[in-house]
Design a protein. Structure first.
Length: 127
């Protein structure tokens, strides 16, 4: 029996190369290369995850390893033990002790919204 509000999950043994798109919350514990776009949803990068992708979501929680830019229309959280190499653009950013981050941060406008309300990739600036 499925739970309606449960987030979709990419397990530890799953490898995805390409583009991941969706409109529901997603937990990534595997390996993803490319882009992850969740227009109005929450993206969680689990502690076992290894992600080499640009991330676009409403909120992003990172516990694992990310190499790529992160764009959020809401909040980005970097938890203890995570590693992020790339630029972050969001409305809010929370960084715990022992989180590793190398990149630039833009908290002035958050993610730009496209014509249909979708999160649009950055067109200039720090990226």
């Amino acid at each position: 029996m499925a739970v309606e509000n449960a987030a979709a999950r990419i397990g530890k043994s799953v490898v995805i190369c390409g583009e991941v798109k969706g409109s529901e919350d997603l937990i990534v514990d595997g390996h993803v290369e490319g882009t992850v776009t969740l227009t109005e949803s929450r993206l969680t990068i689990g502690p076992n995850a290894s992600v080499q992708a640009d991330l676009f979501a409403r909120d992003v929680l990172i516990l694992g390893h990310v190499q790529g830019n992160v764009v959020a229309s809401g909040r980005v959280e970097l938890r203890a033990g995570c590693s992020v190499q790339g630029d972050i653009r969001a409305l809010r950013l929370a960084v715990e002790d022992n989180a590793v981050f190398r990149g630039k941060v833009d908290l002035t406008q958050g993610a730009a919204k496209g014509p249909e309300g979708a999160i649009a990739p950055p067109t200039g600036g720090i990226f």
